[in-house]
Ligand binder design. Sequence first.
Ligand SMILES: Cc1cc2nc3c(=O)[nH]c(=O)nc-3n(C[C@H](O)[C@H](O)[C@H](O)COP(=O)(O)OP(=O)(O)OC[C@H]3O[C@@H](n4cnc5c(N)ncnc54)[C@H](O)[C@@H]3O)c2cc1C
Length: 421
Amino acid sequence: MVDADQTFVIVGGGLAGAKAAETLRTEGFTGRVILICDERDHPYERPPLSKGYLLGKEERDSVFVHEPAWYARHDIELHLGQTVDAVDRAAKTVRFGEDGTTVRYDKLLLATGAEPRRLDIPGTDLAGVHHLRRLAHAERLKGVLTSLGRDNGHLVIAGAGWIGLEIAAAARQYGAEVTVVHRGPTPLHSVLGPELGQLFADLHRRHGVRFHFGATLTEITGQDGMVFAARTDDGEEHPAHAVLAAIGAAPRTSLAEAAGLRLADRADGGGVLVDERLRTSDPDIHAAGDVASFPHALFGTRLRVEHWANALNGGPAAARAMLGRDEIYDRVPYFFTDQYDLGMEYSGWAPAGSYDQVVIRGDAGKREFIAFWVREGRVLAGMNVNVWDVTDPIQQLIRSRTRVDTEALADPHVPLDSLVA
Ligand SMILES: Cc1cc2nc3c(=O)[nH]c(=O)nc-3n(C[C@H](O)[C@H](O)[C@H](O)COP(=O)(O)OP(=O)(O)OC[C@H]3O[C@@H](n4cnc5c(N)ncnc54)[C@H](O)[C@@H]3O)c2cc1C
């Protein structure tokens, strides 16, 4: 039973944690809500860090989930700059901060997110090697891109995933020379496959980005402690004044692991294992956002989704579950990106090997189209590029599992919602 005597603790003040705190209050929870985060900034959203904020088009204030005064106004006890280093499940306590403050919980939410993978090669300790996860990283990177642009400097980016490509776009807009080194044969190869990956390669080449595919960085060389060049495993050397590692993120599971909670297999993307109500192997502990691996009935598999919408919706879903609401979390995964003049949204889940056809509706040459990943006539995922207000019908097509006529799917004159059974 939920009442004013209860204490709900949230570890991690990213979007999932902040939205969970908000939901507890909007759902009428009157007990203590304690939100603890190791970052010093109030909870903020990360997408602008590689787009509008990095480009100087969005103000710092615009990235925050709530204005600072919101927390006190809603009686959320916010502890910033404090790390939770232990969860005692028997005593139902968490320990945090340098003085080892202990607080008892009735329900606990782990929203600890993910952290960037580091390059494990010689030279990563040189000044000029960067990664991007936090607001402070974005602030630093902004300064780096400004000086690279001014001095005609070279940026080498390791990884042509979403973040690597967004930073490549930003760096070109600052005027920096950019080389992207990527292990796969096209950007985003594992997410989009070769057809659509090529479209992103063309887009970036048109804006002056150089790609080195099928290679990995093996060493960053320096001069006077500063980055000088980046070497790859095929013996090439790229001039570099700065290197950015964008080689993915790993879920922050150490707290959960030390507490003896079950983790998902690495082959399934790792993360804290939760059920469809975002409950971990301990019924009083939930997990949401980037760190949670949840079963998705529609796709018949476990998913760990490192996207904004999953934090935005998963945090609140976990909060309602903590309050005892019986709700299954089964959102269709959704993601967006902006690069130069290309804006796109992607819904669904279609990893390599899961689809047998890619259907294009519209003009891919003009970069105004929708791509559908289809298996046996059923849409698994859809990506709209510079075409808007189609997320709902795309998600309905995915959710309904309708077998569609792929010619009609490819025909922009056939309304998408008319294809949903
Ligand atoms: C640069 C960048 C750009 C992105 N762009 C997009 C985009 O365009 N579209 C999109 O869909 N998604 C995007 N994402 C992904 C999206 O931002 C994430 O999916 C989202 O931030 C996940 O939110 P979260 O709350 O689960 O985790 P996080 O945002 O990682 O927050 C977790 C918080 O918990 C803290 N924490 C961890 N462990 C502890 C501990 N033991 N004690 C205290 N605090 C702890 C962390 O420091 C962090 O502050 C982007 C991500 C980045 C980094």
